[in-house]
Design a protein around this ligand. Structure first.
Ligand code: ZN
Length: 425
């Protein structure tokens, strides 16, 4: 029997978890988002889950819980303390990735996992191999939830949703646990990069937030990439190919010469990990007279971004010296910035989360994300927002999995975190 023990001024409280039951219900609702749709939410079906969550929150007694017209769910857990405590928001996203079907998810549970590969029932070609998923080694004795091999699971981010819902149920049932005002925010369309486009931060009224959308149990992420885009536009010289000797300067050939000069052993997603960034071509289009190359530039520091952009400019200049009658421009546009720039001004956010993770029985590990998050955008919109683990693994794929024990640890972390802000106020 899973119990949550919270050490409070009024003694230890035990609580039987409902997080797995909630999770298994939420994943059966298809909430796949669609980057081609101009609407918000991008798919109406996300509102099916949103309406259910708002109703469940009202059933808990959170009177203001509602789904708005853009597909966002807002709710407030009233304070149980007399102290002045910052308003903390717990945030998760309702949509699943467009990369893999989320229709007809049939979750399976491997109880008391004893190691080895997990073959998914409906498609035996889909195997979660222990060798390819080293995080499985930490899950011995745990109950592992997977899809059946035909869809993704949706632990990203319905694990986070179930964890926030379960923590809310626990806190509402135990008003003797002291905490400040807590806010709940469930967003649509995170997977297509539009998760905070229509969020109403004034209505939300939170001082700080945590997304519950990370991978390994115990992890807290306070850094994202900083990101720019770069577009190289090449204008060559065209002529009739029958009379072109000494005349044509071919934009396609200039573009490929630039790509060919990119570093081979560094500076690309396929050759870097950890804290190394990259300069990554994502698109090429062209004809004789004009060609464009699109890049994304990623690094954890501004200096690192500028270095990679200077590298690109240098390659372009070098190639263009061979084509004196052609021109090339490099246009850089900022996309998002490392949220650590904001979070470092509020060190208590990560410290309190680390303490909550410790009290939940785990070892806290502060890490960085090789990408952006809704939290990085929220941080720069004025709501500082690190990311806490939800236990999701192999997301955006049919091999996605999460364990019951990791989800329960996340629920404990959320509850402890709420109490720590009160203790330290
Ligand atoms: Zn996610």
């Amino acid at each position: 029997m899973a119990v949550l023990t919270v050490h409070t001024g009024v003694g230890n409280i035990e609580f039987i978890h409902g997080v797995t039951e909630r999770f298994l219900r939420y994943v059966t609702i298809d909430t796949q988002s669609d980057p081609a749709s101009p609407t918000c939410p991008s798919t109406v079906k996300q509102k099916t889950l949103g309406a259910l969550l708002a109703q469940e929150l009202r059933d808990l007694g959170l009177a203001d819980a509602h789904l708005d017209e853009h597909g966002y769910v807002y709710a407030t857990i009233p304070a149980t303390t007399d102290k002045t405590v910052p308003v903390i928001c717990f945030c998760a996203h309702m949509d699943t990735s467009p990369d893999c079907s989320g229709e007809g998810v049939k979750p399976q549970i491997v109880k008391n996992y004893q190691g080895g590969d997990i073959v998914l029932k409906a498609d035996p070609a889909q195997i979660i191999r222990a060798a390819e998923h080293p995080a499985l080694a930490q899950q011995i004795g745990h109950d592992i939830i997977t899809a059946d091999g035909t869809t993704l699971l949706g632990a990203d981010n319905k694990a986070g949703i179930a964890e926030i819902m379960d923590a809310a149920a626990f806190l509402v049932a135990h008003p003797e646990i002291r905490h400040g005002t807590l806010k709940i925010l469930f967003t649509p369309d995170e997977e297509i990069g539009r998760g905070v486009d229509k969020v109403d931060l004034e209505k939300l009224g939170a001082d700080f937030a945590y997304t519950i959308d990370g991978e390994t149990a115990g992890n807290i992420e306070d850094e994202t990439f900083s990101a720019d885009s770069a577009v190289v536009t090449i204008t060559g010289v065209s002529a009739h190919p029958g009379f072109a000797k000494g005349r044509i300067e071919h934009a396609i050939k200039i573009a490929t010469a630039i790509v060919e000069r990119l570093p081979k052993d560094t500076c690309s997603p396929e050759t870097t990990e950890g804290r190394d960034g990259f300069l990554h071509p994502i698109g090429i289009a062209g004809s004789l007279e004009q060609a464009t190359l699109s890049f994304i530039v990623r690094d954890f520091t501004e200096a690192g971004l500028q270095e990679k952009e200077a590298l690109l400019q240098g390659i372009v200049d070098e190639v263009m010296r061979g084509y004196p009658r052609s021109t090339a421009t490099v246009e850089i546009k900022p996309q998002y910035r490392n949220m650590k720039q904001v979070l470092d001004r509020h060190p208590e956010l990560v410290e309190n989360a680390r303490e909550a993770i410790r009290r939940a029985g785990l070892t806290p590990v502060t890490t960085s994300i090789r990408g952006g998050t809704d939290g990085s955008r929220l941080s720069f919109m004025g709501l500082p927002c690190p990311n806490i683990f939800a236990g999701e693994h192999a997301f955006h794929s049919r091999l996605e999995w999460v364990s019951r024990q990791d989800m329960e640890a996340a629920v404990r972390t959320i509850v402890h975190l709420a109490t720590i802000f009160d203790e330290r106020a």
